[in-house]
Write a protein that binds this ligand. Structure first.
Ligand code: GTP
Ligand code: MG
Length: 370
């Protein structure tokens, strides 16, 4: 098969050569811009960047360079994706549960809670917010290292009695590194020992200047326990989301990101996927990391089987060949043969990577590229 240099491929794809090199490195193929890659690798890379492959002849690969970004007129508003972070025991889970209680749809459904790693709340005004159930900070940075920047907004939870703790500072640093706007939720203000003002002051030491201190970072006092301040928090999330003008094209083959995955005793491999763009449908053939499959069922965060899931919607998928990893990208492809081909190639690459002396973690690989 014909080979192509990374630079030439980048030109054809209308992408930066450096981005291709980075992605190849993450895929386990460390090459430079002027080196050649084989057709299989080129095709994989093309798929990875969301382009379509048009085989002109067996030996030649031509690429449609129009699918990296969706055309302006295809974009529609989408819900913000919010990740809650903070120190252990500062009330992340309690706050998520309290916010979940504001979901009007859930109320109607009778309040059956399905625990998946992400859920979506529908507000009174029909708008939606997607919440990611606090992944550990490691998971957050690992997902970022793998290019899976799924979070639009971080809500930093700080307990008003404890104040800033090591993981609070870690969360601040991760959020800054990701370039994601932050909203500070000062929790547990119901306690006598609560001192929200001290939290605001300590935040200054870490260059987080909240509104109350004359800065631009929104802050809000809440009590997850007494359910106070929740409406204000939601308002601030909506305000921040508006500024971000979040949009995606719902009318295309779906792309998503794995939030969590496991082997379920009864159901086999199951993954929670957040749809980034397009609409994921039952029957869709897909590749996810080194796995592939055909969507047998889609289950929403309320445990209901649904037929399709659009942008910013978290959904559990069934029909996987195996268990993917958190942060793995999911892509719908044209047929099962293609899905298997890509998945097998990736599985080979991953095997390869394990046998070479590649950096130990994805995070270190990422920083090695800078
Ligand atoms: P990890 O997941 O272990 O990191 O903890 P977390 O941040 O999810 O905290 P969690 O929601 O489990 O809450 C920790 C403890 O704080 C629990 O005992 C909660 O009941 C309590 N708590 C959470 N929110 C509040 C609050 O607003 N007021 C008071 N008084 N207690 C709270
Ligand atoms: Mg928790």
């Amino acid at each position: 098969p014909e080979a192509i240099t990374v630079q030439e491929l980048a030109n054809r794809m209308a992408e930066k050569g450096a981005d291709l090199v980075k992605t190849l490195f993450k895929m386990g193929s460390p090459v430079t811009m002027t080196q050649t890659i084989d057709q299989d690798t080129a095709e994989l890379l093309v798929t990875e960047f969301g382009h379509n492959i048009v085989r002109v002849s067996d030996a030649d690969v031509d690429l449609a360079a129009d699918t990296v970004e969706d055309a302006e007129d295809t974009l529609q508003p989408r819900a913000p994706v919010v990740t809650i972070m903070g120190h252990v025991d500062h009330g992340k889970t309690s706050l998520l549960d309290a916010l979940r209680g504001t979901d009007v749809v859930r109320g109607e459904a009778g309040g059956i809670t399905q625990h998946i790693g992400a859920y979506q709340v529908t507000l009174k005004d029909k708008s939606k917010i997607t919440f990611l159930d606090t992944p550990g900070h490691e998971a957050f940075s690992e997902m970022r290292a793998r290019g899976a920047n799924v979070t639009d907004i971080v809500v930093l939870v700080v307990a008003a009695n404890d104040g800033l703790m090591p993981q609070t500072i870690e969360a601040i640093n991760h959020t800054k590194a990701a370039g994601v706007p932050m909203i500070v939720a000062i929790n547990k203000v119901d306690l006598d020992s609560a001192n929200p003002q001290r939290v605001r002051q300590r935040l200054l030491e870490h260059e987080v200047m909240v509104e109350e201190m004359g800065g631009e970072v929104q802050d809000v006092e809440v009590s997850a326990l007494k359910k106070t301040g929740l409406d204000q928090l939601i308002e601030k999330i909506q305000l921040q989301a508006e500024l971000l003008e979040l949009r995606a094209n719902p009318n295309r083959e779906a792309e998503g990101t794995v939030i969590e995955a496991k082997l379920d005793k009864g159901r086999g491999p199951v993954a929670t996927v957040l749809v980034n763009r397009g609409t994921l449908k039952v029957g869709d053939v897909f590749v996810v990391g080194a796995e592939s499959g055909k969507i047998r069922a889609l289950v929403d965060d309320k445990g209901r089987q649904i037929k399709e899931a659009g942008p910013a919607m978290p959904v559990e998928i069934l029909g996987l060949s195996g268990v993917p990893m958190a942060g793995d990208p999911l892509q719908v492809v044209e047929n099962e043969a293609r899905a298997r081909e890509v998945a097998e190639y990736r599985a080979g690459v991953i095997q390869n990577k394990r046998t070479t002396n590649a950096p130990a973690s994805l995070e270190s690989m990422f920083s090695a590229l800078k």
